[in-house]
Design a protein around this ligand. Structure first.
Ligand code: NDP
Length: 471
């Protein structure tokens, strides 16, 4: 077995099972590699091994764990091009733009950020009679289940804070992107002790075996609301702690005083990052009548300058949908919009005979707020632009769905933007940007977008158990 993790072939040979299931490049249909398929028995083995080493890992000093996380970041950077190439081939996302190289870079950034955080005990009461401190202890063994849109980065979001706090982690990647996660973990495990971080690829059934396992103390899940609900039901039996990040249908509201030309680029990438396959991407845009045509035209211009194609071709910044299931959802929602008489500004007409799950960049105007393309999460390269005449109406529309992950407000008066932001029902509201996650700033959803926070010191608290000591 090759140990050269810095080349694509070397990296793949380290993780590939020659008799395993084929993964096809969603851009070309070519075989990327073959994955080992784990079983529910493998989950038992991995959890038992993670349990066995957890107390040793937790007994190391926080500085020592940080040093190892920093070394893990060094290892990721040393293999960055190989990781990005595998990610691009398996997930479909281009190397360039806010895509594969960006994602691998973010893995290193999140590892280093978590290495730098320190969760100190909090003094709760300190008077003549009573002293009380809130300490944070590791929760134990974390089971992490991830999605296919940002497979490496979201895995790091789950395991970096967990490891920093002294937990051990068993990961179950999406069956669409198992090689990317196995490759990342292979690189990182060059520096971590054995069994502290394990990956078990497999189906949803294997995921369910992990999340319902009696010996899992905490579940970190990113994926659909439906699966999140199933996990929550099974956690009723084990009382495993939960962090659920379940996607959303983020609204952006442009205010009357916004400058369409100045915001068009950030509006576009707020919606089309990772070809729209992003939990906290903007999925519906509300624009006042007075700016409507200007915003639509400016967005069409950015779309024209943003090439879509095979990920390994350097010029491309948009790629295919990752899988047929997602392609069909996008195609059906755009068709519903067209059937309703909405106006397609660009895109909306996929080529019938090309290989890969490419759906063209699509902007849809003159669409009603209750159209399925607005009301349902499209999770693809499509943005409906809804005209409003009254800001109260736009705020009401933004808040009326049962999800609430991100949202954004766009305008030139910061105080006004902040007032509108405070009224939006979402875990995060960005001003003049969208989806700008930052390892220092907590991130999580409200309503059916889930609960629990990731990132920053709050993220560390969510992979810990509180322990109050008083005297
Ligand atoms: P799922 O929720 O089905 O999958 C997410 C992860 O959960 C995968 O690793 C999956 O494994 C695993 N899983 C599936 N069933 C179970 C279970 N019963 N218990 C534990 N784990 C399980 O999402 P999909 O991939 O089917 O995508 C569906 C929709 O979810 C998309 O259309 C999109 O709207 C949304 N989504 C949201 C994401 C986000 O970032 N919040 C990311 C991806 C999708 P396996 O893949 O092997 O089935």
């Amino acid at each position: 077995m090759s140990t050269d993790l810095t080349t694509f072939a070397g990296l793949l040979s380290t993780i590939e099972d020659p008799n395993g299931r084929e993964l096809l490049d969603p851009a070309t249909g070519e075989v990327v590699g073959r994955t080992r398929e784990g079983s529910t028995a493998d989950i038992d083995t991995a959890v038992a091994a993670a349990r066995k080493v957890q107390s040793d890992w937790a007994s190391r000093s926080s500085e020592e764990r940080s040093e190892l996380l920093n070394k893990a970041a060094d290892a990721v950077e040393a293999s960055a091009e190989a990781l990005a190439e595998l990610l691009s081939r398996e997930q479909g996302k281009p190397l360039n733009g806010p895509n594969a190289r960006f994602e691998v870079g973010a893995c290193a950034v999140w590892l280093r950020a978590n290495a730098a955080f320190e969760l100190e005990p909090e003094v709760l009461v300190d008077d003549e009679e009573t002293h009380a401190e809130l300490h944070y202890a590791p929760v134990g063994v974390v089971g992490a289940v991830g999605p296919w849109n940002w497979p490496m980065m979201i895995s790091v979001w789950q395991f970096a804070p967990s490891l920093k706090m002294g937990n051990t982690v068993v990961l179950k990647p999406s069956e669409y992107t198992p090689l990317s996660v196995q490759a990342l973990v292979a690189v990182i495990n060059e520096v971590l002790p054995a069994d502290v971080l394990t990956v078990v690829p497999g189906s949803g059934e294997v995921g369910a075996a992990l999340t319902s396992h009696e010996d899992i103390d905490k579940i970190m899940f990113t994926g659909s609301t439906k699966t999140g609900q199933a996990i929550m039901r099974s956690a009723a039996d084990t009382l495993a702690r939960l962090t659920l990040e379940l996607g959303g249908n983020d609204a952006g509201i442009v205010l009357e005083n916004a400058d369409p030309a100045a915001i068009a680029g950030d509006l576009f990438w707020g919606a089309f990052i990772n070809t729209g396959q992003t939990c906290a991407a903007m999925k519906r845009l509300y624009v006042p009548e007075s700016l409507y045509d200007q915003v639509c035209e400016a967005l069409v211009e950015v779309a024209k300058q943003s090439p879509m194609g095979v990920g390994l071709e350097e010029e491309n910044v948009l790629g295919p949908l990752q899988n047929k299931q997602q392609y069909d959802i996008v195609a059906k929602l755009v068709q519903a919009a067209k059937d309703s008489g909405a106006r397609v500004l660009t895109g909306g007409d996929p080529a019938a005979d090309q290989p890969g799950y490419f759906y063209p960049t699509t902007l849809v105007a003159d669409i009603d707020n209750d159209n399925p393309l607005v009301a349902e999460e499209q999770f693809g390269p499509v943005l409906p632009i809804i005209k409003y005449t009254d800001l109260e109406q736009a705020i009401g529309w933004a808040n009326e769905l049962e999800v609430g992950l991100g949202s954004s407000v766009w305008g030139s008066d910061l105080e006004e933007c902040k007032k509108v932001a405070a009224r939006l029902q979402a875990g995060s509201t960005w001003i003049n940007k969208h989806g700008a996650v930052d390892p220092r700033i907590p991130f999580g959803g409200v309503k059916k977008s889930g609960f629990g926070l990731e990132f920053g010191l709050e993220g560390l608290k969510h992979v810990s158990v509180p322990h109050v000591i008083s005297w």
